[in-house]
Design a protein around this ligand. Sequence first.
Ligand code: SF4
Length: 378
Amino acid sequence: MENLGISGDFYQELARQGIASEIISRETAAQILTSPRIELLPLLNAAFEVRRKFRGTEVSIHIINNAQNGYCPEDCRYCAQARTADSDIEKYPLKSDEEILAEAKNAYERGAFRYCMVFAGRGPSLTRVTHLARLIRTIKVQYPPLQVCVSTGLLNEEKARILKEAGLDRLNHNLNTSERHYPNICMTHTYADRLNTLAAARRVDMALCSGMIVGMGESSDDLLEVVYALRQLEVESIPVNFYIPITGNVLGPASPLSPEYCLRVLCLFRLLNPQAEIRVAAGRELHLRSMQVMALYPANSLFLEGYLNTKGDERWRTLQMIKDAGFTIKSDHAIDELLRKEKGCLKGSCDEPVEQVSMKRHQDLRLFMPSMTAPVKG
Ligand code: SF4
């Protein structure tokens, strides 16, 4: 493969290997990330062929709910909820059951395929796990098509089994970064702790969601480590987050990521994890900017309504982007119906179109026009 050079054959071979679930060599993977000789458009097309083969043209919408915000004893340097962070976040202890159930209903009605509940903290007590299991059962009874995912921190097998038996569809527990880089982003738990949680969940047959945060000072090798580790773990879902430098995070600002680099990363995740649900997750608006829509070619899911502590694009803009690019949504609801509600409701009536063309005014048309209020001489 390395001898083909960067011709059309190279991209066809990438797609073939992805579709055949063959492992792309480390050398090729490194080139995909950084070599300008590998062009973005044919690379995206190769990743799209693999996505289409296993995931069609559907997009799964995920809505995330911070069931508790802040008060975390851990020191993850990228996180605004860490005890060591000085971020201006809205802290609150665990929401009431009523609030969590109302938010699940809202997610379902807004077209979410999956509802993710996130609990800040090192890991839940047995009491909290039992409580959470009750909530999961209720959601599954009330909104059976809605898939439920939780992110609870470190878990042992006993706790994972309780959640599994309650009907939990998937556990989120990100690797975040490589084993080598892990001590640079967190000191209160280790990469091995995270692997142990994933292994405990696997022992009870739990589907796994595990991804990374790109842009935390990791090297290309670190990134590749994570891509190959997730392949080896055969995780069903991979959220690819791009670091959001919230003021007060210990990690602070990081080197900006280019939209092209972000797209290359997503292509790599798709080519090496061909059957997984790849999610363009936090930071898509910030880092992909005008190239966001291109992420749907390698990725087949995204978050609607923002992230843990930061807002995302308006819902209707995200839905419109999916529709405009010719993708469909995986939901109980039709995308046109959702869009009509979202756009109409912005104007107070669900039947009115929201798009209005604004007319240019004098000051837009004649930038150098003398002031109308200047006194007329002579
Ligand atoms: S990432 Fe999770 S465990 Fe780490 S500080 Fe944030 S909330 Fe706590």
